[in-house]
Design a protein around this ligand. Structure first.
Ligand SMILES: CC(C)(COP(=O)(O)OP(=O)(O)OC[C@H]1O[C@@H](n2cnc3c(N)ncnc32)[C@H](O)[C@@H]1OP(=O)(O)O)[C@@H](O)C(=O)NCCC(=O)NCCS
Length: 197
């Protein structure tokens, strides 16, 4: 039986695994990454350590099978990631190393895009949701999103945004069903948002 609970630092291996297995526009990225941890370093691990970040995980008898990771204040979170999370990773993964997706992820470690401040005025929070196939289509995405949006609102966030790869049509349909709308056009990405107050 699967259960939803707060994530802790001890969930890092499970969260990294889910991140890799859903990291290619919602599909398994294992075959296109050599370093199994780079996707987790870029997209997931910091939410389990950064002050103020919120991590929810769904666990079943096989381990962590899904998560929702979020920050109520994206600008503060990005500043913490820059100051505390990235320096040791940059030392371990020098600029220009890796091939294919790994190279893109290493580039991301060195030059992470900062979220546009005009977007943050109305949608200061952001989140990520990923579920392994065995949990998909059973209402866990809705449960995670509703629990997380309530927590973000309680933390004072007036709105939440997220990016979805433009090829991930199933995820876009899911978010639209849950009340998200397109905020602006970004090449290759649907930038979606929902007001929380
Ligand atoms: C996208 C994802 C989070 C959705 O979670 P889920 O648990 O599968 O979705 P749920 O079962 O909670 O569905 C919630 C609602 O969204 C709808 N929905 C979910 N997936 C859908 C799809 N592919 N197409 C249309 N509607 C969809 C459901 O019909 C449901 O509607 P209802 O509650 O009104 O009946 C999950 O499938 C997933 O993690 N996919 C792989 C990783 C991924 O793509 N993550 C998003 C990256 S931005």
């Amino acid at each position: 039986m699967a259960t939803l609970r707060d994530g802790t630092v001890h969930d890092l291996p499970g969260v990294y695994r889910v991140c890799r297995l859903t990291g290619l526009a919602g599909q398994d990225a294992s075959a296109v990454t050599t370093d199994p941890d780079l996707l987790g370093h870029v997209w997931a691990g910091h939410y389990l350590l950064a002050p103020g970040a919120i991590a929810l995980v769904v666990q079943d008898e096989q381990g962590v099978a899904g998560y929702c990771l979020a920050a109520p204040d994206t600008a503060t979170h990005e500043a913490w990631v820059e100051e505390r999370w990235l320096p040791p990773l940059r030392a371990r993964h020098p600029r220009g190393t890796g091939t294919g997706l790994d190279a893109t992820l290493v580039e991301h470690l060195h030059d992470p895009p900062r979220t546009d401040l005009t977007l943050l005025a109305d949608h200061p929070a952001h989140l990520h949701i990923d579920l392994l196939p065995r949990l998909q289509g059973r209402g866990w995405g809705r449960r995670l999103l509703e629990d997380m949006t309530a927590r973000l609102a309680a933390a004072g966030a007036s709105g939440v945004h997220l990016g979805v790869d433009h090829t991930n049509t199933g995820a876009v349909a899911f978010y639209e069903r849950l009340g998200f709308t397109e905020l602006r056009q970004v090449p290759g990405t649907h930038l979606l948002g929902r007001r929380l107050t």
